[in-house]
Design a protein around this ligand. Structure first.
Ligand code: PLP
Length: 348
């Protein structure tokens, strides 16, 4: 079963807030821009945001056609949340998963001959995936015909590369043309929507739901939907020449007011931000000093009147996961998925 946070826990030391109105806005904007309904990708606990909070928001929106997750277990969890309609299992189907797929009426994406073998003669509808240049899942040279196919998909590997993406779009069009009947055809992820592919029927999006831009230049008007804050556990002054945190990688250059915030790498703050990144308090940048530890991070609070119990900001509308990712040398997806289940989730 999906690891998830316990609703009864106080969780008062860090909180991830999801703004319902921003998610609704982003869904409508994706629909407006593409003219297509959404297959909402909520794999990996809705990108770490908490699928039990995100899926109920999305299912109320007429622009959301259906949901997609990575594996059968995540699909079962969506059903247990009361999600109806098609639930796509992007990662195919393995032999021991067939019973759950039948029982919970999940829709596997077939991308390997072995998946077809698992399905055997079972009456299970599925989508078929072609690899047009992603180099991951999907048929490359075979063409699969089967009356149980209700959807055809592919995936762009490099949406920022227009030339390569157009080649993938063309290859996929040639495949799609060979299918008859009313099928769901989907290719565009959050970044891919910029191509406005004329022959697809749905877009398959995750990241943009949260207002995170998948490309530096992104023509959609998204609203950041997530904030992440944690509380200060201790504030004190230390003398000049004082070592900070494990390994003494930072030595104070002057008398310094330091704050210890209840948010460490176990909560999702990459250790690579040690001595480089910053957190925020009312727009003020608070430098991270010393090594980030599992549960705590040390900040330079000199010149501020910040007190124990105050909240500091990890992510907000100006400083999105995308910004933080740039500072940490990674992508917003990775940071989001790393937000720990012990961080309390709230929908506002
Ligand atoms: C995760 C995933 C998506 C969603 O991608 P975003 O960039 O988050 O919109 C779409 N398609 C496939 C196959 C995926 O694995």
């Amino acid at each position: 079963m999906l690891k998830s946070h316990n609703d009864t826990r106080l969780g008062c030391r860090s909180v991830l807030r999801v703004k319902r109105s921003a998610i609704e806005h982003n869904v409508k904007e994706l629909f407006r821009y593409s003219g297509k309904k959404l297959i909402a990708v909520v794999k990996s606990d809705a990108y770490g945001m908490g699928v039990r909070y995100i899926a109920p928001i999305l299912r109320e929106l007429p622009e959301v056609d259906s949901f997609a997750v990575a594996c059968v277990d995540e699909g079962v969890f969506l059903r247990e949340l009361g999600i109806k309609g098609e639930v796509l299992i992007l990662g195919g189907i393995l032999p021991e998963e067939i019973e759950a797929v039948k029982e919970y009426e999940l829709t596997p994406v077939v991308s390997d001959p072995e998946h077809l073998k698992v399905l055997g003669k079972e009456d299970i509808k599925f989508h078929i995936k072609y690899d047009t240049g992603m180099g991951r899942l999907g048929f490359v040279e075979e063409f699969i015909e089967d009356p149980r196919i209700v959807g055809v998909m592919s995936h762009l590997s490099t949406p920022a590369d227009e030339k390569f993406s157009r080649e993938q779009i063309k290859k996929f069009e040639e495949i799609v043309r060979r299918y008859k009947g009313r099928l769901k055809i989907h290719l565009e992820s959050s970044a891919g929507v910029i191509y406005k592919v004329p022959y697809t029927t749905h877009i398959r999006v995750g990241l943009a739901l949260y207002g995170e831009k998948p490309l530096r230049y992104y023509p959609l008007d998204l609203k950041p939907a997530v904030s992440l804050e944690a509380r200060l556990l201790s504030v004190k002054e230390v003398p000049k020449g004082f070592p900070i945190s494990y390994g003494r990688t930072f030595i104070t250059q002057r008398r310094t007011k330091i704050g210890v915030v209840a948010f460490g790498y176990a909560d999702g703050l990459m250790k690579s931000l040690s001595n480089r990144g910053y957190l925020l308090h009312k727009g003020l940048r608070l430098p991270i000093i010393g090594n980030i530890t599992m549960d705590m991070t040390i900040l330079d609070l000199s010149g501020t009147d910040i007190k124990v119990g105050d909240w500091v900001t990890v992510v907000n509308e100006e400083r999105t996961f995308g910004e933080l990712a740039r500072e940490a040398g990674t992508i917003p997806y990775e940071l989001m998925c790393n937000v720990s289940s012990r961080v309390k989730r709230e929908v506002i």
